[in-house]
Design a protein around this ligand. Structure first.
Ligand SMILES: [Ca+2]
Ligand SMILES: [Ca+2]
Length: 263
């Protein structure tokens, strides 16, 4: 019988602990040493809830995190889990339903209206502090006899965290009565959130929104997990996948129990 290495899980764990305690302050030093490199859990996420008349795409910190799964009708609520990091830049493109040639809807029989409301589990809500820039409107001037659409190019990086939106107008708040949301809105929790759009709820058909959230509105401390892929998380890396040599230290097995697996 071959003799297995005599390192018990307990000893390996002890060695790792010693290494962490004595080496971490030296190796991990510098100024911006980030506390807590544990892996994020679902309890670190917040729920993002959005209702758009009629459609939206949502970006958080430059990454696309949600797309409305229904382009037109019925009016629906989309709720997804997101991992927040602050300051948090939220960017939304919302579209009213409209014919790209006329700006009207239902076979050019009427002018539809838009509307967006959003609430995050950290207390972030839509309101007049958001920026809103209309990039497509129609029928221009409300003219339904010779209807036409007016659009402008969308900046390539409009959703990026570093995009300069200082010249964008403030979003305008609208009441529930003005929007006339459908039942899914009432079935969700949008407490504290306001409906927003650009200046013309009916003629503005494509609107870009941006909001920078400096810190969690609910005041809760949250870990910043950005760059997690660039560090070794607490508990060590995942067990190597069985290649020649087995990975670390000549193929020793990582300690059993918590820490070895990709939790
Ligand atoms: Ca419209
Ligand atoms: Ca609409």
């Amino acid at each position: 019988m071959p003799v297995r290495p005599a390192l018990s899980p307990a000893i390996v764990t002890a060695v790792l602990l010693v290494a962490v305690v004595f080496l971490a302050p030296v190796v991990g030093q510098p100024p911006a040493a980030r506390p807590g490199l544990r892996k994020p859990a679902m309890t670190d996420t917040i729920r993002a809830t959005v209702y758009a008349d009629n459609w939206f795409v949502l970006y958080v910190n430059g990454e696309q995190v949600a797309v409305d799964s229904i382009a037109f009708l019925p009016h629906n609520v989309v709720a997804v889990d997101i991992l927040p990091a602050y300051p948090m830049t939220i960017a939304v493109m919302a579209r009213d339903n409209f014919d790209p040639q006329t700006g009207m809807e239902y076979a050019n029989s009427q002018i539809g209206d838009g509307g967006l409301v959003l609430a995050f589990g950290d207390g972030t809500v839509t309101d007049g502090s958001w920026k809103a820039r209309c990039v497509s409107r129609g029928p221009v001037g409300g003219d339904t006899t010779a209807p036409r659409v007016e659009s402008e190019p969308i900046p390539a990086d409009w959703f990026a965290a570093g995009f300069d939106d200082s010249s964008w107008p403030a979003a305008k708040e609208y009441t529930e009565e003005e929007i006339g949301p459908k039942q899914p809105y009432y079935d969700a929790d949008f407490a504290g959130a306001k409906f927003i759009w650009s200046d013309d709820l009916k003629l503005d058909n494509v609107v870009l929104f941006r909001k920078r959230v400096a810190a969690p509105p609910d005041g809760r401390e949250r870990t910043d997990f950005r760059g997690l892929n660039d560090v070794v998380p607490e508990g060590g890396p995942r067990r190597p996948g069985g290649g020649p040599g087995g990975g670390r230290r000549g193929g020793q097995r990582p300690p059993a129990g918590p820490g070895g697996a990709d939790r």
